[in-house]
Design a protein around this ligand. Structure first.
Ligand code: SF4
Ligand code: SF4
Length: 226
């Protein structure tokens, strides 16, 4: 969501406190367990986009790959800046995430997607890398306290995770550029099918390190398309 806002030329000052944060910085993001609030789990449209690590997490936590998530209505496919990507589905009158339970809590908290781990933080990409930002209009909790960014994100193997997020973002950007500059509709279709197959539909081995598997898939993909 944050990347999209920034791509659409919303200035950093309009949506954040204007600061860029690294993993070791303290940021006023801790909303103390979100008691009584589920605002960022409702009405999010198609913005809870899943990346390959999210698929690995869901595979490990639910034992379900993308094919099943799509068939069971938990995920759907949408076009984001020219790329077809999966996102978690919002459903019902309140447009709630399919994983929000009756008590208004996340039923997959342990293996929730990366975007959910970040909130209300976002990512700001520049010069081939990224920093975190604190979005100021997204989370109504008034009593937030300071927390270390890495602790808030709650993701092990921080360095590898940072490298993965960076690589994935710029790979999608390159593909977007490739498809934009090409008049052949069939190429865009071919690239999108390949992204879905290589990074999403082919199930991850949950007894193996994710980053290792991502590296292997990335290498093969880049050789074939870039
Ligand atoms: S909007 Fe803020 S307080 Fe509410 S659920 Fe999301 S992160 Fe928690
Ligand atoms: S996966 Fe969990 S945290 Fe993320 S939007 Fe759905 S209910 Fe909310």
């Amino acid at each position: 969501m944050e990347e999209e806002d920034l791509r659409r030329n919303v200035s950093l000052a309009e949506i954040s406190d204007g600061r860029l944060y690294g993993c070791n910085d303290m940021v006023k993001a801790d909303c103390h367990g979100c008691v009584g609030c589920a605002d960022c789990c409702r009405g999010m449209g198609n913005s809870v986009i899943l990346d390959p690590l999210d698929l690995y997490r869901l595979e490990a936590g639910l034992g379900k790959g993308l094919q099943v998530l799509l068939e069971e209505g938990m995920a759907e496919l949408n076009v984001v800046d020219g790329c077809v990507l999966p996102n978690l589905r919002m459903a019902g009158q309140k447009e709630s995430c399919v994983f929000l339970n009756a008590e208004g809590r996340c039923s997959i908290h342990e293996f929730r997607p990366g975007i959910c781990r970040l909130f209300p933080l976002g990512r700001y990409y520049e010069n081939g890398d990224f920093k975190y930002i604190l979005q100021i209009h997204e989370c109504p909790a008034g009593n937030r306290s300071k927390v270390k960014v890495s602790r808030w994100i709650d993701t092990p193997q921080q360095e590898q995770n940072h490298e993965f997020i960076r690589q994935w973002h710029y790979l999608l950007k390159d593909l977007e550029g490739l498809m934009e500059g090409c008049e052949e509709e069939s190429l865009a279709k071919q690239v999108n099918m390949a992204v879905l197959h290589v990074f999403y539909l082919r199930r991850y081995e949950t007894d193996r390190d994710f980053y290792e598997q991502f590296g292997e898939r990335c290498e093969r993909f880049v050789q074939a398309f870039l």
